[in-house]
Design a protein around this ligand. Structure first.
Ligand SMILES: O=CC(=O)O
Length: 326
C-alpha cells in the first residue's frame, strides 16, 4: 500500500485516455493520488492487478477501455466507478451493483450541450438549414431559383424517448418553441406534467418528431425499429443524440430511402465512425460526428463534477451524480 501510494492522498485509478485529464490533474493532484494506466509500462491487466487491493475508485470515460465484469474482477476493493461521460454503454451495468460498485456519471454536465444539439438537429431537418446552405453555396439559388419550403416548428408534438437530464433539457427548450412535449421512460416521472407513454410505439404514433435521449442498454438496443418508424409515419422526423444502436440503423435507412419517414438528425451511429453511405445522398438527413456532448467549454465543469464526486466519496457524503439502477 505504501509503495502504491507514497503520498497517502486518497488514491484514484485512471483508465482515461481523455484530454480533460490535464485539467483534472492541474486542479486536483494535490488532493488525490492519480494512478495513470497509460503511464505504466505494464499491460492493463497487470497494472490493475498491481493496484488491486488499494483501489477503491476508478475514473473512466466512454473513450477509454470498456469496464467489463472481467475488469471489475481484477479490482476486488473497488467501491466507486466515475465515468466522464453521459452514456454508460462502455460499462457492464449489471456487474457493478452485483460487486457492490456504485456508479457516478457526468450527464448533468453534458445535458445542456446535448439538448442544444438535439434541438439544432431538429430545427435543421425541419427548416432545411444545412440543405439551404448547400443550395446557396452550390449556386442553385441563381441557377434554379426557388428552394423547397421547410416545416413549422411551433405546435409540433415532440416525443422524447428517455426523460433523464438530457430529455428534460430538450423538453425545456422545445416548450419555448411552442411544441407539445410527450415522453416515454422506464417509469412515469411524477415531477412533470407531460403526457407519459408506457409504450414507445404509441408515443411514436402520437408524435411528429421522436428525440432519442435514453441510454443504450440491453433493453433499449434496437428499440426503435421499423414498426416504431412506421408508427411515426411519413411526416415524422427522428433525432438521435443517445447512441446509434438504440435505432435499428438498417431499418431506419430503409425507411428514409423509401420515404416512410420524413427526415432524420443524427449525432450517433451504430458503427461509428462508419455511417451508412445511403444517408450521404439524402437531403432530408443531417449528420454530425458524435459531438453533441462535447463543447470546448465542458471540461472545466466535467472535472469539477468528478472532483466533487471524489471528495463526497472519500468523506462519506452523498455522491453528486450517482446513477441509480431503477
Ligand atoms: O456521448 C457522449 C457521452 O456519453 O458522454
Amino acid at each position: 500500500m505504501a509503495q502504491d501510494n507514497p503520498t497517502q492522498l486518497p488514491q484514484v485509478l485512471l483508465l482515461l485516455p481523455n484530454p480533460c485529464f490535464t485539467v483534472l490533474e492541474s486542479k486536483a493532484s494535490h488532493k488525490f493520488h492519480f494512478l495513470k494506466a497509460w503511464d505504466s509500462p505494464l499491460p492493463q491487466a497487470q497494472f490493475l492487478q498491481s493496484h488491486a487491493l488499494s483501489t477503491q475508485v476508478l475514473l473512466s470515460s466512454a473513450l477509454g477501455p470498456p469496464i467489463t465484469a472481467q475488469l471489475l474482477q481484477l479490482l476486488p476493493s473497488l467501491k466507486l466507478l466515475i465515468t466522464l461521460s453521459a452514456g454508460l454503454d462502455h460499462v457492464d451495468f449489471s456487474a457493478c451493483p452485483a460487486r457492490g460498485v456504485r456508479i457516478a456519471n457526468s450527464s448533468p454536465i453534458f445535458a445542456a450541450d446535448v439538448a442544444d444539439m438535439a434541438v439544432g438537429l431538429f430545427l435543421d431537418v425541419m427548416r432545411k438549414i444545412s440543405a439551404a446552405n448547400r443550395f446557396v453555396r452550390d449556386g442553385f439559388w441563381v441557377s434554379r431559383g426557388d428552394f423547397d419550403l421547410g416545416t413549422k416548428i411551433g405546435g409540433k408534438r415532440v416525443g422524447i424517448v428517455g426523460l433523464g437530464h438530457i430529455g428534460l433539457q430538450v423538453a425545456k427548450r422545445l416548450e419555448a418553441f411552442d411544441c407539445k412535449i410527450l415522453y416515454y421512460s422506464r417509469k412515469e416521472k411524477p415531477y412533470v406534467s407531460y403526457p407519459f407513454y408506457f409504450d414507445v410505439c404509441e408515443l411514436a404514433a402520437n408524435s411528429d418528431v421522436l428525440v432519442i435521449c435514453c441510454a443504450l442498454t440491453a433493453q433499449t438496443h434496437h428499440m426503435i425499429n421499423k414498426k416504431i418508424l412506421l408508427a411515426l409515419g411519413r411526416e415524422g422526423v427522428i433525432v438521435n443524440v443517445g447512441r446509434g444502436a438504440i435505432i435499428d440503423e438498417r431499418e431506419m435507412v430503409q425507411c428514409l430511402v423509401q420515404g416512410e419517414i420524413k427526415g432524420a438528425g443524427l449525432d450517433v451511429f451504430e458503427n461509428e465512425p462508419q455511417v451508412p453511405k445511403e444517408l450521404f445522398g439524402l437531403g432530408n438527413v443531417v449528420l454530425s460526428p458524435h459531438k453533441a456532448a462535447m463543447t470546448a467549454d465542458c471540461f472545466t465543469d466535467l472535472t469539477d463534477l468528478a472532483m466533487a464526486n471524489l471528495e463526497a466519496f472519500f468523506s462519506n457524503k452523498p455522491l453528486l451524480s450517482e446513477v441509480m439502477n431503477d
